[in-house]
Ligand binder design. Structure first.
Ligand code: FMN
Length: 486
């Protein structure tokens, strides 16, 4: 494995490496399509650049936005992207992924409303208008990865091996651990519907029913081995999302834009090979019985038949925008977010990051080709650093995606959209370098709150200080955050 994957001095160096690896990544030098407006439902946004949901694990312990949450959203608002996809927000306390995730309930409404207003105001102050900006919120239940206890929809032979009942004491999920009942899922459907109504009242333009990254609704899509009305057939596995969308439609009509971030390919669980440090797939049998979007005869590859069927079904139920993602941040992180250095709970990637990016672009391109009129948001751009906009421009021109968005790229460089539009390029000194410190912070639980905030260590001083604190090197300074504002 090379010590350094990203060593390109020019776009042509990168092009040459793509050719060497045989991946279908193309780049445009002149940016144009990225600044074109895009119609989403009954709204039009001012450019084709977005910001993916990026949790900062910095809410108060009762799930309200806190100082760093406001700061992050405000920076996103001021950054120029016209699609801001608000981060994972739990619809119920037991579905929180960590103690500092946002929680949508009655008490937290005024604070979440303030968050939207602040983001809008920041945008308006910088760009003179905000009627062409769309802000959404991602609604989630963390399922197997709920921090209080795993809430699983079925036993997944490989994922179970890597799921902890009690991480501190190294206790894994027992074979007889109960799965959530059909009654539980029925009640959860109603909670999602209630949550969507709240999102609407708060002034968000769109809502995302999260079905990605192996959290509960995503897991359900692969629940072939589950008994009862939510498991087995495609019809049963999609019952939850169909019911939720159907109920939202009948209660809210078209008053809020419906969206979903969807795993088009879950992949299968990987673990670190202790001898080499490289990620290796856990042994599996075929036909593979688990996960969504996998080729059952070779789950290391995608099979998009069901994801495409699901998207069609969601469109019929009013979904106007899908954000295509893949993989699990817990058990195959190289798939979802190609990286340069592994996070603390990770492994050396078993493939060149460009192969992972190629998988993202290929799968997203297939979805876009199946639904040319659908707004498809693409993922997997950040590792490309300053060249991500050149790849995004090319993907839009090739009709492989509608909106190009970044996650890690945006916490490193919140105003990357502004630079793409006004300068026609990104500044290399500001881009994400994919060294996984944001994930390391996310995984750091050793403080009195049980969770450290996550952000960009190389590009944002506040988080460099927090990283030191996680390593026991420094106490966090009590200085007001406003001093660090740009
Ligand atoms: C710190 C951190 C927080 C994230 N939070 C969310 C989230 O709230 N919801 C979500 O769907 N994805 C989340 N992701 C995944 C990103 O949105 C994105 O899919 C991933 O980083 C790959 O895109 P990129 O290459 O542009 O970073 C998170 C990733 C990181 C590293």
């Amino acid at each position: 494995m090379p010590e350094k994957y990203f060593s390109y001095k020019s776009l042509n160096d990168l092009r040459a490496d793509c050719q060497r690896l045989g991946v279908d990544l193309t780049f445009e030098e002149k940016l144009d399509a990225l600044s074109h407006s895009v119609k989403i439902g009954n709204r039009t946004i001012g450019n084709a650049i977005g910001i993916h949901p990026m949790e900062g694990c910095d809410a108060t312990l009762d799930g309200k936005p806190d100082e760093l949450t406001y700061r992050r959203w405000e920076r996103f608002g001021a950054g120029g992207a016209k699609l801001i996809w608000g981060e994972a927000t739990a619809v119920i306390p037991e579905g929180l992924a960590n103690p500092r995730q946002l929680l949508l309930n009655e008490q937290n409404m005024p604070d979440l409303e303030k968050l939207v207003k602040l983001t809008r105001t920041a945008h308006r102050e910088n760009f003179g208008r905000d009627d062409d900006l769309l802000i959404g919120l991602q609604l989630t239940h963390s399922g197997r990865y709920s921090y209080r206890k795993p809430l699983i929809t079925y036993h997944h032979a490989q994922a179970d091996k890597l799921t902890y009942l009690d991480k501190k004491n190294g206790v894994k999920l027992p074979a007889d651990y109960p799965v959530v009942t059909d009654d539980y899922l029925e009640r959860l459907e109603d909670l999602f519907v209630e949550a969507v109504k709240r999102v609407h009242t708060l002034g968000f333009d769109f809502v995302d029913i999260k079905q990605c990254h192996t959290y509960l609704l995503n897991e359900l899509l692969g629940a072939r081995t589950r008994e009862g009305k939510y498991g087995g057939s495609f019809e049963n596995r999609t019952r939850f999302i169909r019911n939720v969308l159907g109920k939202i439609r009948s209660e809210l009509g078209d008053t809020i834009i419906l969206a979903s971030r969807l795993n088009a390919y879950d992949g299968i669980p990987y673990e670190k090979d202790m001898a080499t440090g490289v990620g290796k797939a856990l042994p599996f049998d075929t036909p593979y019985q688990y996960s969504f979007g996998v080729d059952r005869n070779n789950p290391l590859k995608e099979d998009l038949e069901e994801p495409i069927q699901l998207i069609k079904l969601m469109m019929d139920l009013g979904v106007k925008m899908v954000n295509i993602s893949m993989g699990s941040p817990y058990y195959n992180m190289h798939i979802g977010r190609p990286f340069e250095h592994a996070p603390i709970d990770g492994y050396i990637p078993p493939e060149h990051p460009l192969m992972g990016i190629d998988r993202h672009f290929r799968i997203t391109g297939t979805v876009q080709a199946a639904f040319p009129g659908l707004v498809v948001v693409g993922t997997g751009y950040s590792w490309l650093r300053q060249y991500l906009v050149n790849a995004g421009e090319s993907n839009i021109r090739r009709k492989r995606v509608t909106i190009v968005a970044t996650g890690r790229g945006a916490i490193a460089y919140p105003d990357y959209a502004k630079d793409a539009v006004t300068l026609g390029k990104l500044k290399p000194s500001n881009v994400c370098i994919a060294v996984s410190h944001c994930t390391n912070l996310m995984r750091a639980k050793n403080n009195e709150l049980g969770q450290f905030p996550a952000g960009c260590v190389p590009r944002d001083l506040i988080y460099a200080e927090i990283l030191k604190e996680t390593l026991g090197k420094k106490k966090r300074s009590p200085e007001p955050l406003t001093e660090h504002k740009q």
